[in-house]
Design a protein around this ligand. Structure first.
Ligand code: ADP
Ligand code: MG
Length: 300
């Protein structure tokens, strides 16, 4: 193309960019956003569409009550203009609510499908009105007191009647340890299996990896899941083997005692598989002390 013609095209493009920009800046929010950027209009004009996107995302944020309803392209983040010497580029920046959540995470554990009341449980709130709970409470207190000097203590297999406070007690202690920045994961075991079944390959392996390696793991309500060979041998078996080899504390609660759990794990749709169930039970026994908690049902 001749030089003259090229210049003409550039001029035309510039005219279009300018027109689009002038149209966009009629919007008060857009105007407010660009006024904060210390760059010439000529540079800003090249990014009108992106700036409009940022304006819209910031507007979503200003109307946001809860991150669960985030309307932005990436939940919890804002597509935001950043000055890079003489140019403008765009980054995804954590929104206020996300920043707060990330900050809180530093101090707390990862919970998967654990009710809010139990996430907030603390040792000082544990009711001491029932003598049957004392041995479990003492065990937990002892674990807590010794954790810093010995992070490779055995965990606990706490089993007993429905609603007796098993999940609550273990969480109350782990929540306290989390405040000391111990890395903890608490998962409602049946839901973990359900969600893993639906997870994508890469997400799946990274989740299993985190669960395997976390300093303290609590698998809540084992025995309430429907057993498949895959869940038992590939998921549970793999996690427990790793934790045994690395001497990482692991907690379980269950409505089943250990023999009942063995029976539960041995019956799958494809028949009775005692040897494989036994292998899991042996690992649980190596990983934990065993305490029974029979107490009144505290639900409702
Ligand atoms: P389990 O796991 O044994 O079935 P939970 O731990 O879920 O029982 O406890 C049942 C209910 O009782 C929950 O709503 C829990 O918040 C409440 N709860 C249990 N222990 C206590 C406690 N020590 N103080 C206050 N509430 C408790
Ligand atoms: Mg429970």
């Amino acid at each position: 193309m001749a030089v003259e013609a090229q210049k003409l095209v550039q001029k035309c493009d510039y005219g279009l960019l300018k027109k689009k920009y002038e149209e966009a800046i009629k919007d008060e929010n857009f105007k407010k956003l660009v006024s904060k950027i210390d760059l010439p209009e000529k540079e800003l004009m090249k990014h009108t569409s992106s700036l409009e996107e940022s304006t819209q995302e910031l507007k979503n944020c200003s109307n946001c009550k809860n991150m669960a309803f985030c309307k932005n392209k990436i939940k919890g983040f804002v597509y935001y203009p950043v000055k890079d010497t003489n140019r403008l580029r765009f980054d995804y920046i954590a929104c206020k609510k996300m920043k707060k959540e990330l900050k809180e995470k530093e101090y707390s554990c990862n919970y998967y499908d654990i009710p809010e009341a139990i996430r907030k449980a603390s040792m000082k709130d544990i009711a001491l009105d029932d003598a049957k709970r004392i041995s479990a409470i003492k065990w937990l207190k002892n674990f807590y007191d010794n954790y810093e000097s010995n992070p490779h203590q055995k965990g606990l297999y706490l089993h007993g009647s429905f609603g007796s406070g098993k999940t609550y007690l273990v969480c109350a202690m782990l929540n306290e340890l989390a405040k000391k920045k111990v890395d903890i994961t608490i998962v409602y075991y049946p839901e973990l299996l359900r969600s893993l079944k639906e997870a994508f390959e890469t997400d799946f392996s990274s989740r299993i990896d985190k669960i395997k390696k976390v300093s303290i793991l609590f698998l809540d309500d084992i025995g309430a899941e429907s057993v498949t060979p895959w869940a038992r041998d590939e998921i549970l078996g793999t996690i427990l083997q790793y934790r045994m080899d690395s001497a990482l504390p692991t907690f379980f609660t269950s409505n089943l005692n250990i023999d009942e759990l063995e029976a539960h794990l041995s019956s799958t749709k494809s028949g009775v598989e005692r040897v494989k169930a036994r292998r899991i039970i042996e690992r649980i026994k190596q990983l934990t002390d065993n305490i029974e908690l029979i107490s009144k049902n505290r639900r409702n």
